[in-house]
Design a binder for this molecule. Sequence first.
Ligand code: A2R
Length: 325
Amino acid sequence: MFEVLMPAALSNPLVAQEVGAKLTLHKLWETPDADAALKELAPRIRGILAGAPGHRRVGGEFLGQFPNLEIVSSFGVGYDHIDAKWAAAHGVVVTNTPDVLNEEVADTAMGLLLSTLRQLPQAERYLRAGKWQQANFPLSDSLQGRTMGILGLGRIGKAIARRAEAFGVKIAYHGRSRQPDVPYPYYATVLEMAAAVDILMVIAPGGPSTKHLVDAAVLRALGPRGVLINVARGSLVDEDALVAALQKGEIMSAGLDVFAHEPQVPQALLDMDHVVLLPHVGSASHRTRDAMAHLVAENMLSYAAGKGPLTPVAETPWPRLEKAD
Ligand code: A2R
């Protein structure tokens, strides 16, 4: 029997339904004494369903409790909450949910960009407040004539680039390496790219290697007409530096779907009327969240049926690497 643990409730019920229909699923949060249940279950657990909002970090300390663990199937394309290197060193495969959310997140990114430049949420608030009766809403900035630097031209970054091109926006990109088949100009550093563009679109993974890639110097380089859009992870941006840059007018505005300490949002940002702030809704449509949930379940079910995982992350490729002792 393949026994699976869901440590905390995933917001989409499909995962538990689909996995629970075929495998033995333990919902830890429903047990009265979670610590005792964990101790009793730990040796039997072969799979973990992760990615619930607010669940503690899935690091080696947590995963190390399960001596027979084989797979962690996580909800979401970002997996910076999981120590995938630890998993790789201990023969545990980690899966995420790539591709099925590309178009949704790219749609959100463009909506957030347009909202930020054209001040659409502010205009709507203006109308609702009855102010249109007195005067027209002030003129806004424009998307036209702008150049977008994409930090992280991966699956989602490319979907954003396709959309931005259709809007007439010029594209540049930064990643750790130049991509031979990509027609856009490449910049070897975020700083150089920021100096060359007036929209900085952040869509690279979170985690230690990208922490504060967007810092005070990058924001200064983006300049007083510059707009920062972040639909990736709050950790990529130095939030204090961003607040300071906005307060000093070193950049024009920001559109943020993600924050350093979600769901906390700095009061200084809430106090600014010219920025646009979203509660991490990049992939949050019924259609896309269901597709992600289905893929989380399919990874677990395929693995349990002996057919291997469908979408293992780069650190834990399939076939499995040799277990390090
Ligand atoms: O570095 P490269 O050439 O492998 O390009 C990847 C880039 N990237 C980085 N860029 C700069 N510094 C880094 N340390 C770094 N690490 C990765 O981010 C690649 O172009 C992009 C990631 O693309 P994908 O792996 O295809 O991810 P996807 O599905 O587009 O999702 C991106 C992120 C997720 O990790 C979530 O945090 C967020 O979007 O929702």
